[in-house]
Design a protein around this ligand. Structure first.
Ligand code: PLP
Length: 431
């Protein structure tokens, strides 16, 4: 649960009080971690992959602001890489989590709140007749694939090349420690390319268990693409004619594009959907929703986890989903995301520095044109960070219901300095 803010520190303002340097608390923690954590940090949250100045360690957060361990305050456009959708430490969510924690979290089985949350999922998610809870997105995508195979009695899973579904051997972007056998029944296709999908389905003919697709193409470091309706419809048709499972991986986009499931936007309903990240505003929880075709398979497959019935995250989730619906969070994020996109477009034109802005405005990806080494993107983000705005140079970012017009105005002021930093790079290169 969220801690209490230190008195007075909420007004720390946008000024960076301590730069991340060899003398900083952040640097000291990184050095200590290097001794006891392999590589000091794992996976995508390794700040060493980010522009200079990005902190690894944070001390607290509130609304759409977070503070690093050196006391620097940032307006947050990563939202913990997606989980924070109502804002950090949302009072109603925290209150529900606290009340549940007082009663107990990890018991010999689930608490009453699991049934309440399951009912809420089934009411909210259009294709869902049932739901199972887990902890991480990876649990939910891997369970979806297992249930698709169990329910169809087939083996092949079609996966879009480059899509991220987690770090398990069947889908990890890394091949280290992965055997060919782990991926023996994975066939890849190109997202949004109907011909390539049809070819992959043909290759799997007679043994097709399912097709798994992300809500939109949100691969790292490239322009994002919304799903083409004809591509989505073809995926549905193939699964219907082959009696396979259409799986939408809504782990990253869930509840930011459409509360009933992201593919409602293209009018296509999956058989199974994976959820995590935003469903409980920062508490560890994942969900797998399914329709009645896969109910039997879901109840037959043995799947469990020591913490999958823990009640605190479920209590947080009930309040998160109700609040998202009550405040129409999708519309709020879309409105402010559009302001950010329009503002960045204006700055890009004014500076004569072309950028691509892709993906839904609630989850924008912003990259500079002609920037193969990411030099411009890194300079832009480092300059914005110095003004107290936490952007990402290559990954999609996230808005939340806690962002306000003022936060967008602040982001655009910081972005202006970011563009100026890129302009200076150009000037240096021309010398
Ligand atoms: C689309 C998608 N699927 C699955 C996952 C895996 O989720 P987790 O990291 O919670 O295991 C992620 C994580 O970023 C994701 O973006």
């Amino acid at each position: 649960m969220c801690g209490i803010a230190a008195p007075g520190s909420l007004n720390a303002g946008y000024e960076r009080r301590v730069r991340v340097s060899e003398l900083s608390r952040n640097a000291a923690l990184v050095a200590r971690a290097r001794q006891v954590v392999p590589g000091a940090m794992w996976g995508h949250q390794d700040a060493a992959a980010l522009p200079p100045g990005y902190p690894q360690y944070f001390s607290r957060a509130e609304g759409c602001h977070l503070w690093d361990v050196d006391g620097n305050r940032y307006t947050d456009f990563m939202c913990s890489w997606g989980p924070i959708i109502l804002g950090h430490c949302h009072p109603a969510v925290e209150e529900a989590a606290r009340r549940q924690a007082e009663k107990g979290d990890c018991l010999n089985g689930p608490s009453e709140v699991m049934v309440e949350l399951a009912e809420l999922f089934v009411q909210t998610v259009a294709h869902a007749d049932w739901v199972q809870f887990k902890k991480n997105g990876n649990d939910a995508t891997t369970s979806a694939v297992t249930i698709a195979r169990a329910g169809t009695g087939r083996r092949k899973i079609l996966v879009a090349a480059g899509s991220y579904h987690g770090s398990a051997p069947w889908c990890s972007p890394s091949v280290l420690g992965v055997t060919a056998e782990d991926r023996a029944h994975i066939i890849t296709f190109t997202y949004n390319d109907s011909e390539s999908l049809a070819r992959a389905a043909e290759q799997a003919k007679g043994d097709l268990a399912g097709i798994i697709v992300t809500a939109f193409k949100h691969d790292l470091g490239i322009d994002q693409e919304m799903p083409r309706p004809e591509f989505a419809r073809l995926a549905r048709e193939i699964c219907d004619s082959e009696e396979a499972a259409l799986i939408v991986d809504d782990v990253r986009a869930g509840f930011r594009l459409h509360p009933a499931g992201s593919w409602e936007l293209v009018g296509v309903r999956p058989d199974l959907s994976s959820w995590s990240k935003a469903i409980s505003n920062g508490y560890a929880l994942a969900a797998l929703t399914g329709n009645d075709r896969f109910r039997q398979a879901a109840s037959s497959v043995f799947s469990t986890g020591s913490f999958w019935t823990a009640a605190v995250s479920m209590a947080a989730s009930v309040v998160t989903i109700r609040t998202l619906l009550d405040v129409d969070a999708v519309a709020h994020m879309a409105r402010l995301g559009t302001r950010l996109r329009d503002g960045l477009d204006g700055l890009s034109r004014a500076f004569g520095l072309p950028i691509s802005q892709t993906g839904p405005v609630q989850m924008p990806t912003v990259m500079f044109a002609d920037d193969p080494g990411r030099i411009k993107g890194f300079a832009f983000c480092a300059a914005a960070l110095a003004q107290g705005v936490y952007f990402h140079p290559t990954h999609n970012m996230f808005l939340s219901a806690a962002h306000t017009e003022n936060d967008i105005a602040h982001a655009l002021e910081a972005a202006e300095l970011g563009f100026r930093a890129v302009q200076q790079l150009h000037a240096l290169a021309a010398e």
